[in-house]
Each structure stands twice: as C-alpha cells, then as structure tokens.
Design a protein around this ligand. Structure first.
Ligand code: AMP
Ligand code: ZN
Length: 112
C-alpha cells in the first residue's frame, strides 16, 4: 500500500521523532500549525477514525495513554489540543489515522 505514514512508521521515510514504541509513533509535523505540532499515529494502518473498531481500539487507547508524556517530551507545558481530521468534510489529507497534538502557545478559541 502506498501510504506515507506507513512508510514513516517502518522507517522508509525519515521523520523527526518525539516518541516511539512497538504500537505507535509520534513525530513533528512538517508544516506546523502551532509552535509545537506533533502527529501521533498507530503503526498498524487504520485509514481514519471511521475505521476504529473493537479489534484495533487498543492501539487507539494506547495513543491516548501516551499523549500526555509525548506532549511533555515535545516541551508542551501549559495544555494542548488533540485533533483528528476524518474524511472529505474533515479535510483529512493523509489517509492513515493520526492525532494532531498542538500546543506550546495559547491556541485559538475557535476549533473550526
Ligand atoms: P491531515 O490534513 O489531518 O490529514 O494532516 C496531515 C498532516 O500531515 C499535515 O499537517 C501535514 O503537514 C503532515 N505531513 C504530511 N507529510 C508529512 C511528513 N512526511 N512528515 C511530517 N508531517 C507530514
Ligand atoms: Zn498507512
């Protein structure tokens, strides 16, 4: 499958890593939309939030267990926002589930 985040997860494409374990990878977004912008992905391909199910939801729970530590590792000290874009109206551009962790500054009160 030609998936850029699968290639980042398996090391074919380099990334600026924040955290990695057997299930997930966190790396800096190439085009940051806040002072700190990290992406957190499951290593197993899941295309978007619509594809989360009973069989793969442990990886998603693991992402949320790890996000506070990932935010700290990235230098976020005073709160953050977690976003996932899904599908056409959600403006998802990379079709491998990822959570944006945004922080390092006061974010907009608007979410959309
Ligand atoms: P989304 O629009 O929610 O699908 O977000 C995709 C994100 O992936 C965007 O914020 C891009 O800047 C980011 N991105 C795309 N390719 C790379 C890459 N090779 N390394 C890091 N971030 C990337
Ligand atoms: Zn993938």
């Amino acid at each position: 499958m030609d998936c850029i985040f699968c290639k980042i997860a398996n090391g074919e494409i380099p990334s600026n890593k924040v955290y990695e374990d057997d299930k997930i990878l966190a790396f800096y977004d190439l085009n940051p939309q806040a002072k700190v912008h990290v992406l957190v992905i499951p290593k197993n391909h899941i295309s978007c939030a619509d594809e989360i199910n009973e069989a793969n939801c442990n990886d998603i729970a693991h992402i949320f267990v790890k996000i506070p530590g990932i935010a700290r590792l990235a230098g976020i000290k005073n709160g953050y926002r977690v976003i996932t874009n899904c599908g056409e109206d959600g403006c998802q551009s990379v079709k491998h589930l990822h959570y944006h962790v945004l922080g390092g500054e006061k974010l907009s009160e608007k979410m959309a």
